[in-house]
Design a protein around this ligand. Structure first.
Ligand code: C5P
Length: 234
């Protein structure tokens, strides 16, 4: 896979004009752009059209988490958008996962969110998750694999274990990527090259690019940093 296929830029901008600026600056370094609920609720199919109109892959990061019937009808409503990737929470459970995997109108790639990268152990305990986070992520990835998801979203810290156990059956998508270690709302962070060395197929980068003086320079630096010799890829 080329580095430009591995980098996914999160278009977490206020509006379509902001997204257009990021696309203009970074398209040569990135082949898939992610649209989250904020921009999607505001701009709807226009933002999807903008990304697809540039010939780019479109990742609609809705993180669906509801009863099977509701998730299914959401996917059916989204089908006309023709996006490439949609996310859903694996915690939605087996019935929900199996029903979307079997849905005719599903996107090509369904990615299951394991545990949000903004969670640390303390936060996890507050919602009743008492196992260590790496074990929880592995169990959720296993459920996703058993139900037929195409891949999972996990932190770079857990990516190597997920890769070791499920490399033949699951794509690994790692958000919370930082150019150097930093602390914001993301807790389980890694650098671009760490994420790839740990087995990520894709890395998702938002603020390090969006908030940079030059998004282009940061995107270009990320590509250089993940362009490691092919034999080093796990
Ligand atoms: O700005 P930052 O690089 O932290 O953006 C990360 C992006 O990845 C955000 O759009 C966020 O919604 C998304 N994401 C995440 N953690 C997950 C799944 C997706 O941060 N588990």
């Amino acid at each position: 896979m080329k580095p430009e296929d591995r980098l996914i830029i999160a278009l977490d901008t206020k509006d379509i004009a902001g997204a257009e600026r990021i696309l203009d600056e970074t398209s040569e370094f990135c082949n898939t752009f992610k649209i989250g609920p904020g921009l999607f609720i505001k701009e709807g199919k226009d933002i999807v059209g903008l990304v697809k109109g540039r010939g780019k892959g479109c990742f609609l990061d809705l993180k669906l988490f509801d009863i099977p019937n509701t998730v299914l009808s959401t996917l059916e409503s989204a089908a006309h958008l023709n996006v490439d990737i949609i996310t859903l929470h694996i915690l939605g459970g087996e019935k929900m996962l199996r029903s979307v995997v079997d849905c005719d109108l599903r996107p090509k790639i369904l990615l299951g969110v394991t545990i949000l990268t903004s969670f640390d152990e303390k936060e996890a305990k507050r919602v009743g998750i008492n196992l260590p986070l790496p074990e929880t992520v592995i169990e959720l990835a296993r459920l996703g694999r058993d139900c037929g998801l195409n891949g999972v979203v996990c932190s770079g810290e857990e990516a190597s274990q997920v890769k070791e156990l499920f490399s033949n059956s699951l794509l690994i998508c790692v958000p919370a990527v930082r150019m150097k270690s930093s602390s914001d709302d993301q807790k389980r962070v890694v650098t671009p090259e760490q994420a790839i060395a740990n087995g990520a197929d894709y890395i998702v980068v938002g603020r390090p690019i969006l908030e940079a003086d030059s998004p282009k320079e940061v995107a270009s630096e990320i590509i250089k940093r993940i362009e490691i010799p092919i034999f080093l890829y796990p």
